[in-house]
Ligand binder design. Structure first.
Ligand code: NAP
Ligand code: GDD
Length: 385
């Protein structure tokens, strides 16, 4: 077992939670940086906390911090003396970055510099390795298909541009100060704990809601965009592998397959036996129920499909969700990661969609049960994104 100490920023996020579990299983002591929040936001890592009801994991610790606060970052890196830092924290929503461009640049761009600079200032360049959560959004308006480590970047959002700075400052610190600093250029990766405002989870939650009669229609933006979607569990393993190499380097992590938003929605509804037709074009396009496989619906949802009917419009377009500049096509070539890290994805998109839909149906049933008992479990205002 390892006796290494890892520091993960973004511990409350999707990847932070999976990576923490992965490293704890490998025997690491894990420190997570958590932002102060006015409401509970630790659901993904609750099982790791010790409290009055459970022992938690004795090798898991957290501290309050923020990527925009250099003194806090320096203090905790000094105290923790980590062997590995995984910088996963970010304002990670591409559309929101158009509304908060300056903050996004500060947290996602300069935040990375603050971590690298802290390691340098504290004299830890020979000890502490740094992983930077780079992204396929760097490719933006893609200059090559598929995209590899050699493909030129062309970011298309304040988020992408901030991450471009973070990518290059990581490369620069590696070259200038001989640090072990590497970029994982990860394509989209999802899971049952994916944030609810990203399109895959928005769709799988809506499938559950609509099946159980708790939502009529799902509003989406651009259905033509294509993404290379993998599973977050596979992708955090790639992060770990990059940090175990003798030499730091940058790697594309992707499945090599691309799927449109429309097709993802079609497959997610098909999970519960609801078959969609898409009619119309552009902002007038609609997803309409063409047929319902009653046996499958009852098997998956656990009740007769009374809440839905053939001919029902379940997807509509709302231009609110369009982005000022869009990334239309992402498909990655991860052959370098396969050859050097020995990494290949284990999950298929089909299995991941099944897992996500099943999870959202279970969650909704549990929450519905609690709500009927008088508990307030979910704030629907989060649907504004
Ligand atoms: P996520 O679920 O949105 O999690 C982001 C995390 O960053 C959360 O823990 C969030 O804390 C924290 N955070 C945000 N701003 C912060 C700040 N100023 N200071 C400290 N913490 C802050 O994102 P994810 O999907 O796990 O992605 C992890 C990283 O990989 C991100 O950097 C993302 O940009 C990048 N990435 C993701 C994908 C993907 O498809 N998932 C692909 C490529 C790259 P709160 O809980 O308090 O909000
Ligand atoms: N979020 C969202 N909501 N996206 C929608 C919607 C909608 O209602 N309708 C269509 N889309 C389209 C977006 O326009 C985009 O083309 C695509 O769905 C994917 O959007 P997101 O799921 O929000 O993810 P993203 O690709 O913009 O960004 C994610 O992946 C990046 C890696 O490529 C995030 O996780 C980023 O942090 C990450 O870097």
């Amino acid at each position: 077992m390892s006796e290494k100490v890892a520091l993960i920023t973004g511990i409350t996020g999707q990847d932070g939670s999976y990576l923490a579990e992965h490293l704890l299983q490998k025997g690491y002591t894990v420190w997570g940086m958590k932002r102060r929040s006015s409401s509970f936001n630790t659901s993904r890592i609750d099982a790791l906390f010790a409290n009055d009801r459970q022992e938690g994991n004795p090798h898991f610790h957290y501290f309050y911090g923020d990527l925009t606060d250099a003194s806090n970052i320096i203090r905790y890196i000094q105290e923790i003396q980590p062997d590995e830092i995984y910088n996963l924290a970010a304002m990670s929503h591409v559309k929101v970055s158009f509304d908060t461009p300056e903050y996004t640049g500060n947290a996602d761009g300069l935040g990375t510099l603050r971590i690298l600079e802290a390691v340098r200032m504290l004299g830890l360049t020979g000890k502490t390795k740094v992983y930077q959560a780079s992204t396929s959004e760097l490719f933006g308006l893609v200059q090559q298909v598929p995209q590899s480590e050699k493909t030129p970047f062309y970011p298309r959002s304040p988020y992408g541009v901030a991450k471009l700075y973070a990518y290059w400052i990581t490369v620069n610190y590696r070259e200038a100060y001989d640090m072990f600093a590497c970029n994982g250029i990860l394509f989209n990766h999802e899971s049952p704990v994916r944030g609810e405002t990203f399109v895959t989870r928005k769709i799988t939650r809506a499938v559950a809601n609509i099946s159980l009669g708790m939502q009529k229609v799902l509003s989406l933006g651009n259905l033509d965009a294509k993404r290379d979607w993998g599973h977050a569990k596979d992708f955090v393993e790639a992060m770990y592998l990059m940090m175990q190499q003798d030499q730091p380097d940058d790697y594309v992590i992707a499945t090599g397959k691309t799927t449109s938003i429309r097709e993802f929605a079609r497959r997610a509804f098909a999970e519960v036996g609801v078959h969609l037709d898409f009619v119309g074009n552009g902002a007038n396009e609609k997803g309409v129920i063409a047929a319902i496989d009653r046996n499958r619906f009852e098997g998956m949802v656990g009740m007769r499909p009374d809440a839905i009917y053939t001919g029902q419009e379940v997807i509509q377009i709302d231009p609110f969700y369009y982005r000022p500049t869009e990334v239309s096509l992402l498909i990655g070539d991860a052959s370098k990661a396969r050859d050097i890290l020995g990494w290949t994805p284990k999950h298929t998109l089909e299995d991941m969609i099944t897992e996500m839909v099943e999870n959202d149906i279970d969650l909704l049933k549990r929450n519905h049960h609690l709500m009927k008992s008088g508990f307030v479990v979910h704030n629907e205002l989060e649907d504004i994104f």
